[in-house]
Write a protein that binds this ligand. Structure first.
Ligand SMILES: [Zn+2]
Ligand SMILES: [Zn+2]
Length: 399
């Protein structure tokens, strides 16, 4: 069956490359991926999937279902297709979306002889832009994955291909300081300086960095989003945005409290009012070792070299993804496939170029083959499913 899958992928690969490159050259920000999601949903429809658009009132989300029999395992491939401001498809989500669609089409061909169901879920705004940010969390909370046996996706990366990547929990905090405008030279005494509050809050967060728990892989990152309108006006409004991350979910509330305290202290010091908004966050990911072993096998079959999973898993996680929320509901895996040499940073222009290059096309091919082969293994092996599920229950029980 591996040979059948490889041949079927090779057959549709030119079309998949066309789709991936089109999305790559027409980057759309999260929650606004109208053309990209339409293109992928239509491709699935053309291939016999039943497509529901605007899932959970998210315009650019879709769910495509294919089943020939009422029973059997249910496999979900997750698609992303949002880009980043300024740098386009610098996270390579054009490859993710197209790989999920390709794997869905290829695995669906096998359903003629196997019981089961294939689902391709179009997930908007992974990068956190717009009203549909964190779409996979919304979908997971709404029970969209409840009857799915395994959820899978791939993500392009630089350096080595990995199967055991872990992801940090993250929560976003927006802080707004409200002061009072005044002429900066003629009547500064009647003003209240909101920029000074922002700078103080920033420095107060810095003052706490050394005391962060290193074992929890804590990261705090932030920007001054607004800091006044002109240098001859005392700024009456400033806005800060922070993200706090950790590999320990239980550490996040403490980090949020620390940032809030820094903001309140700065407000008191400068006489500003402060408004703090803490957005619903994402948890860290749950591993599934049987699924990781499955991907080690399929990558070997394809001839894709991977980093030793024990090395990958021992490294501190670097990013966060809303896919982590899915791994708390059903067993899931998010392998990273190399499309660029070590040192090419994700979210850079160079990475966006790689996502459209021959190495990007190769990553797409590997991704489709790996997802489809893993799907086939799951569909044909009840023992594998029960191993994956008992591992999931075990790690979930520890949380
Ligand atoms: Zn990204
Ligand atoms: Zn990404």
């Amino acid at each position: 069956m591996y040979e059948v899958i490889k041949n079927n992928v090779d057959r549709i690969l030119p079309r998949l490359i066309e789709l991936s490159d089109w999305i790559g050259r027409h980057p759309e920000l999260g929650s606004e991926e109208y053309e990209s999601s339409r293109l992928l949903a239509e491709e699935l429809e053309k291939n016999g999937f039943l497509v529901e658009r605007g899932v959970l009132k998210m315009e650019t989300a879709f769910r495509a279902i294919y089943k020939d029999s009422p029973s059997g395992p249910k496999i979900a491939f997750l698609a992303e297709y949002d880009a980043l401001p300024g740098v386009g498809h610098a996270c390579g989500h054009n490859i993710i979306g197209t790989a999920a669609v390709g794997a869905g089409i290829v695995l669906k061909e096998l359903l003629r002889s196997l019981p089961g169901e294939v689902l391709v879920v179009g997930c908007p705004a992974e990068e956190g832009h717009g009203p549909n940010a964190g779409a996979k969390r919304v979908m997971a909370e709404a029970g969209l994955f409840n009857d799915v046996d395994v959820a899978m996706m791939i993500h392009p990366t630089s350096g080595k291909t990995t199967v055991s990547e872990r992801f940090l929990a993250v929560t976003g905090i927006t802080i707004e300081f409200i002061g009072k405008a005044a002429h900066a030279a003629a009547s500064p005494h009647s003003g209240v300086n909101a920029l000074n509050a922002a700078v103080l809050a920033f420095m107060a967060v810095h003052a706490n960095r050394q005391q962060l728990r290193r074992d929890a892989n804590a990261v705090i990152h932030g920007i001054i989003k607004e800091g006044g309108l002109a240098s001859n006006i005392i700024p009456e409004r400033s806005v800060l945005q922070f993200g706090v991350r950790s590999s320990d979910d239980s550490y996040i509330p403490e980090l949020v409290r620390m940032v809030e305290n820094c903001a309140r202290g700065a407000a008191t010091a400068t006489g500003c009012e402060v408004r703090i908004e803490v957005r619903p966050g994402l948890r860290s990911s749950l591993r599934n070792e049987p699924l990781e072993r499955l991907f080690v096998r399929v990558f070997k079959e394809i001839g894709e070299e991977i980093e030793d999973p024990t090395i990958t898993a021992a490294r501190p996680p670097v990013g966060s993804t809303d896919f982590s929320e899915v791994t708390h509901v059903v067993p899931g895996i998010h392998p990273m496939i190399s499309i660029a040499p070590e040192g090419v940073a994700l979210h850079s222009k160079e990475f966006a170029e790689a996502a459209l290059s021959n190495t990007g096309h190769r990553g797409l091919e590997i991704g489709v083959k790996a997802l489809a082969m893993a799907g086939m293994e799951i569909l044909t092996s009840p023992e594998l499913i029960s191993e994956i599920k008992s591992y999931f229950e075990m790690v979930k029980g520890k949380k």
